[in-house]
Design a protein around this ligand. Structure first.
Ligand code: DC
Length: 223
């Protein structure tokens, strides 16, 4: 059976950076499931669908063919044949994905894709519902989080590095709203799986967080 490491947690906790590094060290494939929801959000916005209109989303979401491939270990996301890996990294798509990812049919589609990927190879998969819903049998589950202010500070730093002006309070508020949506939606809300290890990275460097995840993985009972 392929090995599975499931990492869940709120937006901006550093999941993707840590998961990518852990996957590289272990020779696993890194699967960023948020990117799939972002690709769907991009599709829906291209179709001019109202993100709050569930019926309209369910009527068109099957026309989005989302596929994943890996180039030099880096995940690439394709939407109907187009590589949209860069296009999905905007604040607007973050906002839309947080809304449209709550639609049951959208989640069903993504679940099928995520299962296919995890059945074929050893994976480090990150998201919101990986340990609870997608890979409930994964022997290694981690709930990776950090305080709201620390997550907002990190996001501001990322913007500053790109030369983009950032307003700390606005970013912190956005993070709080996204957490609320992710944790309170009806289907597959963000929560810690009972058998997941809780890891608060507020006072950790990326290297320390990676080492902690590797230590947790090392102590898991792999089947
Ligand atoms: O991790 P991210 O910011 O790229 O995720 C974008 C959105 O997708 C986020 O608001 C929640 C949603 N998401 C989800 O519902 N389930 C997942 N497994 C991953 C992401």
């Amino acid at each position: 059976m392929p090995k599975q490491i499931a990492i869940d947690g709120p937006a901006g906790a550093g999941k993707s950076t840590v998961a990518r590094a852990v996957a590289e060290k272990l020779g696993f494939i890194y699967v960023d499931t948020g990117a799939m929801y972002r690709a769907m959000a991009l599709f829906l916005s291209q179709q001019g669908v109202d993100p709050e209109d569930r019926k309209a989303i369910e009527a068109v979401c099957d026309r989005a063919e989302i596929t994943i491939s890996h180039v030099d270990g880096e995940q690439q996301v394709f939407l109907n044949g187009e590589n949209v890996s860069k296009k999905i990294r905007t604040e607007e798509i973050s906002r839309l994905a947080a809304i449209t990812s709550a639609v049951p049919k959208v989640r069903q589609k993504m679940r099928a894709l995520q299962h296919q990927l995890a059945e074929r190879q050893d994976v480090v998969m990150d998201g919101r519902d990986i340990g609870t819903c997608i890979l409930p049998e994964a022997p290694c589950k981690i709930y990776l989080t950090a305080g709201t202010a620390e997550r907002a500070r990190r996001r501001c730093e990322e913007y500053a590095a790109k030369g983009i002006p950032a307003d700390f309070s606005a970013i912190e508020q956005e993070i709080i709203e996204r957490d609320e949506r992710d944790k309170n939606r009806e289907i597959s809300p963000l929560r810690q799986a009972e058998d997941a290890v809780y890891l608060d990275t507020s006072d950790m460097t990326i290297e320390q967080a990676v080492e902690s995840v590797l230590a947790i993985a090392g102590s898991c009972a792999w089947k």
